[in-house]
Design a protein around this ligand. Structure first.
Ligand SMILES: [Fe+2]
Ligand SMILES: [Fe+2]
Length: 268
């Protein structure tokens, strides 16, 4: 896997996160060119079949964190830290804000699905923003121009606003582009409170939680959960900086937190 180094994010204001316009992001552009071309409806169904239900490997959370720690996310313009540091910065920011245990734990876990990369999947099939497939691509999706190369763009079935879905059907019935969100949701779906599961399942669905699009696919439960996803996103995004949290000092707390909420091993 290519290890990418991004510009130093230290000292930047909030507004400069997720800035895809800077020239320095050519690797991010290339990432989305591939992502939007290859994430078709057919591809998503094929990946669901391949990876769900999760059955590859049993790991403790600590083993999964160790495993993930060799990965740098190509789709992320904001960070040069490894994944463990990003997870810890997110969970520590949530903890320092005084939120409940399950919320802190969600911060620690939310990107664990990226182990898919280490199982040999290309990054464009694991990370990056997610979007619904099976209906028209919304132009508020990042780098939407790259959908021109997606074969679904020329399929009339998929090119009305609701496409193959019924209006108001609820996001649980909608296929999103395949990636770490859905995969980890499926691993943890019986283990965490509902708001935590929404944070995990939809944290990369920026067109929904950030851009306010796709409300026509939502039901009232999705709308009720949306503020939780937004609350989580603030920590996912704005806790990023170049000061690595001290894992040796923190691990005792996190081991206990994990043991309190999850079975010893999870099936990935
Ligand atoms: Fe993520
Ligand atoms: Fe994240």
């Amino acid at each position: 896997m290519a290890q990418k180094v991004y510009p130093d994010p230290q000292g930047r204001g909030r507004k400069t996160y997720r800035d895809y316009s800077r020239e320095t992001c050519s690797c991010v552009r290339e990432f989305y060119r591939l992502h939007h071309r290859h994430q078709t409806f057919e591809f998503v169904l094929q990946k669901q079949k391949e990876w769900l239900p999760p059955r590859r490997r049993k790991m403790t959370v600590m083993e999964a964190l160790d495993f993930l720690n060799t990965l740098v996310d190509d789709s992320d313009p904001d960070i040069e830290l490894d994944q463990l540091q990003h997870l810890l910065q997110t969970s520590e920011a949530i903890r320092q804000a005084g939120h409940e245990d399950w919320f802190v734990l969600t911060g620690l876990l939310h990107d664990l699905g990226k182990v898919l990369c280490l199982f040999g999947e290309p990054q464009w099939a694991v990370v990056g923003d997610t979007h619904p497939v099976g209906c028209a691509f919304n132009d508020r999706i990042v780098y939407a121009e790259f959908f021109e190369a997606n074969k679904d763009k020329r399929n009339p079935r998929f090119n009305t606003e609701t496409g193959i879905y019924e209006a108001g059907c609820g996001l649980r019935r909608v296929h999103l582009s395949w990636g770490h969100d859905e995969y980890l949701f499926q691993i943890l779906k019986d283990q965490l409170p509902e708001p935590a599961l929404y944070m995990i399942r939809y944290h990369s669905f920026y067109a929904w939680h950030r851009e306010g699009q796709y409300d026509f696919l939502c039901d009232d439960h999705d709308r009720e959960m949306l503020p939780w996803v937004r609350r989580f996103n603030a920590y996912d995004l704005y806790s990023k900086n170049s000061n690595p949290p001290d894992w040796r000092r923190l691990q005792k707390y996190y081991r206990a937190l994990v043991a309190d909420h999850l079975p010893e091993r999870l099936i990935f």
